[in-house]
Design a protein around this ligand. Structure first.
Ligand SMILES: Nc1ncnc2c1ncn2[C@@H]1O[C@H](COP(=O)(O)OP(=O)(O)OP(=O)(O)O)[C@@H](O)[C@H]1O
Length: 541
């Protein structure tokens, strides 16, 4: 029955319904034509956006029309064989150009799109606007051997922090344990060289352009860090800006930029702090034997951690706290001498054999700063450490320290360490204490490390605020013994502490090397002691 236009009608269920007047009615053929036009436009637009898929589909149809099934199956089999050989011969380029894009396209459609609405809604990332649900848009999925990288356009009114807060939920929503949220593309543009480099760089400028509305969610598909990481090869000439220490989640190597920085390693007991320190020693070994680096090591646990590598160290204190305080004082003396010599000439010290990089390695720093009962000695140590941490980096006197408890009472100068590494920790709050405020919210779940994750930790990469999960190489006792035999510190790195009889450990046999030719490394008083000792030993150096 036709009702008068605009009439208010009472339905049988007792609801009032307003019948709005129809302004005009389209004939049915116009509706059908409209729908056909709309879908044709959508198809054309899709083909334009996916030229490779479209071309492949057209070629497949043509081959089928010309040669039947054989025309499709034979090229497919050939392509699969070619891809297999490619993968076998050069896995990296295969993942970049073939496996990664194909897997990404597959997972975008069949894994992420399928559950997108549900996942976004239940993770609290959908919004309501004008009575409609608005969802973040999945733009693309890139895969590599271990990770899925999702580029997502945020809803207006959202920022990357909203996603970072939901990091763990997002990981579990897509059936993964680990996820990380980046506000910028997590990978850097590749270095380009060759004749076409300029063109590729132009393409990279577009691909890697800043996109403030897009957030990147990295989901760990295959946890590469479950496997033990083998020690990295020892470089005879270490690059202090790029020391290989650990494996990253994306199977690449994580490098430590050691030059002009101090490093703090926080981790609960038995979490692998030793492997971080030994990975660093191994990465520096080439420089140790050639005289570019000197390790001054303090091991308050009586030498349990470091005594095995004794020949690698220029100085070593493990028993007497006075000797440890002396060592730090001497480091301050070297720092002061360098400041006087370099001021006005350079701003950052460059290590040479005559003026080597001095790395003061301290295992369990709390033993010196908090647990030491002698108050006077504790103050002396705190004074030297404060000076080294605030002024030593630029003149090549660096501190690398490990500790279990990162509270301010235990380590008052925590903030003076520019580079931090968090291994497994016991409390949520400790994560931010080690890595800096907000690190846990950005995905550094160091307090949730499973028991197997020894030597696994979070680091902050240069230039990005988001933490990265890595596993440090495992250096066995045999590796340490071998390293100590192949890369001992040279003879002119004599142990002053052993000479003054504070420490009872005997000075190891050192291989002879040429004495430096220029630039005093130490004040004259200390150099005299060294020279005196060498003469006493019958010129062993
Ligand atoms: N990178 C690693 N990969 C695999 N296992 C590791 C790794 N690092 C350490 N481990 C294992 O974890 C255990 C503890 O390691 P380690 O002694 O280095 O920890 P720690 O944090 O220095 O302990 P502590 O607090 O007692 O000094 C050892 O049994 C070691 O074999």
């Amino acid at each position: 029955m036709r009702r008068p236009r605009g009439e208010v009608v009472l339905t049988s269920a007792g609801d009032l319904v307003v019948m709005r007047p129809k302004r005009f009615e389209l004939p049915w053929w116009a509706v059908v034509l409209g729908l056909i036009g709309r879908w044709s436009w959508r198809l054309t637009w899709w083909c334009l956006r996916h030229p490779i898929t479209t071309t492949l589909a057209v070629v497949a149809v043509w081959l089928y029309a010309e040669f039947g099934w054989a025309g499709v199956v034979v090229p497919l089999a050939l392509a699969a064989m070619l891809a297999g050989v490619w993968r076998w011969r050069h896995a990296a380029s295969w993942w970049a150009w073939c496996g990664g894009p194909l897997l990404g396209a597959f997972r975008q459609v069949f894994v992420y799109r399928r559950t997108w609405r549900e996942a976004m809604t239940l993770c609290g990332l959908s919004r309501k606007y004008e009575h409609q649900i608005v969802l973040p848009k999945l733009l693309s999925v890139r895969c590599d051997e271990a990770l899925d990288v999702l580029a997502i356009r945020m809803v207006r009114g959202q920022n990357p922090l909203d996603f970072q807060k939901a990091t763990a939920n997002l990981a579990y929503a897509f059936g993964r344990r680990h996820a990380r949220v980046y506000s910028e593309r997590p990978d850097d543009p590749p270095a380009r060289d060759g004749r076409l480099a300029w063109a590729l760089r132009l393409v990279d400028r577009v691909r890697y352009r800043d996109r403030p509305t897009v957030v990147y969610v990295v989901l760990v598909r295959t946890d590469a860090l479950r496997k033990l990481v083998k020690p990295f090869p020892v470089a005879e000439l270490p690059d202090f800006t790029k020391l290989p220490l650990a494996m990253r989640e994306d199977l690449r190597t994580w490098h430590l930029h050691l030059l002009a920085t101090h490093v703090l390693i926080g981790g609960a007991t038995r979490r692998g702090k030793g492997s971080v320190l030994w990975s660093l020693v191994r990465a520096l070994a080439g420089g140790i034997s050639s005289g570019l680096v000197r390790l001054w090591v303090i091991d308050p646990k009586g030498g349990m951690e470091f005594a095995m590598g004794r020949p690698l160290f220029a100085r070593f204190a493990c028993k007497s706290f006075e000797a440890m305080a002396d060592l730090l004082d001497e480091a301050v003396t070297v720092m002061r001498e360098r400041q006087g010599r370099l001021a006005g000439h350079v701003r950052v010290h460059t290590p040479t054999t005559s003026d080597p990089l001095i790395v003061v390695v301290i295992d369990e720093m709390a033993a010196l700063t908090a647990y030491l009962q002698d108050g006077e000695l504790r103050k002396r140590i705190a004074g030297s450490l404060g000076l080294l941490l605030s002024q030593g980096a630029g003149v090549g006197v660096l501190v690398v320290a490990a500790l279990q408890d990162p509270r301010k009472e235990v380590l008052p100068f925590r903030d003076l360490f520019p580079t931090r590494i968090a291994l497994g920790l016991t409390e949520e709050s400790q994560v931010d204490m080690v890595l800096g405020d907000g690190a846990r919210d950005r995905g550094a779940l160091a307090d949730q490390m499973p028991r197997w994750a020894k030597g696994v930790g979070y680091v902050i990469l240069d230039g990005t605020p988001e933490p990265m999960r890595v596993r440090f190489s495992y250096i066995s006792d045999d590796d340490i013994r071998q390293l100590a035999t192949t890369h001992p510190a040279p003879a002119d790195a004599a142990d002053i502490l052993a000479q003054v009889r504070r420490e009872t450990a005997p000075e190891p046999v050192r291989p002879p090397v040429q004495r430096r030719t220029s630039g005093p490394l130490l004040p004259d008083s200390l150099l005299n002691i060294l020279d005196q000792d060498n003469r006493d030993n019958g010129g062993a150096s």
